[in-house]
Design a protein around this ligand. Structure first.
Ligand code: SAM
Length: 190
């Protein structure tokens, strides 16, 4: 993991919700609806203050994040939290319906490790949903420059490249939403 990026989020956790726009539930559901069967248990990985979990009506979301400050804010919103690394999810095998990673993968150094951890945690027919930003778009190029300017150690992936890595991790992968912000979804074969 990028300890530098996590440290920044820990320090600026109190300001995060004031600076961020609300998550769009429809955009998140586009990926989650690909799961076979209902999504009742969800790990919001790199979930920070729980911005994505709060936008959804999933019965049992758990926010997993490496930054203690962000988890404190998530608990303040009434969410269950677990501190941990996205590449070593602290849950039993095949125990959740969905893993969601929103606007966070580019801060996680070990992308294949994150995908492998999600594949272990998700039940057959469950889904991994990743929301990311496409660095090949005009706005994406601006975001890459801005994140590096403020000192983040971010690594961005084009939609197809990330889809191929999710497929290599054992999921039936697709890109159900494209653009500057895009979604890659992977359904675990049952
Ligand atoms: C830009 S925030 C996004 C938070 C939330 N998903 C949202 O959409 O508002 C990125 C989050 O990823 C977390 N993070 C970065 N690397 C991580 C890792 N390896 N394991 C767990 N969390 C990580 C950071 O602490 C931070 O809270």
């Amino acid at each position: 993991m990028s300890l530098g990026d996590v440290g920044v989020f820990h320090r600026f956790a109190r300001a995060y919700d004031r600076l961020m726009y609300a998550a769009d539930p429809e955009t998140l559901r586009v990926g989650l609806t690909l799961a076979e069967g209902p999504v009742e248990t969800l790990l919001d990985v790199g979930g920070g203050t729980g911005r994505a979990s709060r936008a959804l009506d999933v019965p049992r979301p758990v926010v997993v994040d490496a930054a203690r400050g962000m988890l404190r804010e998530a608990r303040g919103h009434g969410l269950a939290t677990v501190q941990g690394d996205a590449a070593r999810l602290p849950v039993a095998d095949e125990s959740v319906d969905a893993v969601l990673v929103v606007d966070a993968l580019h801060h996680m150094g070990d992308v294949d490790g994150v995908i492998a951890a999600a594949e272990r945690a998700v039940r057959p027919g469950g889904v991994l949903v990743i929301r990311e930003f496409d660095p090949t778009t005009l706005r994406g190029r601006g975001l890459v420059a801005a994140e590096h300017l403020v000192g983040f150690d971010s690594q961005f992936y084009a939609a197809e490249a990330l889809r191929d890595r999710v497929a290599a991790g054992g999921f039936d992968a697709s890109v159900p939403d494209r653009g500057f912000g895009y979604t890659v979804a992977g359904v675990k074969p049952s």
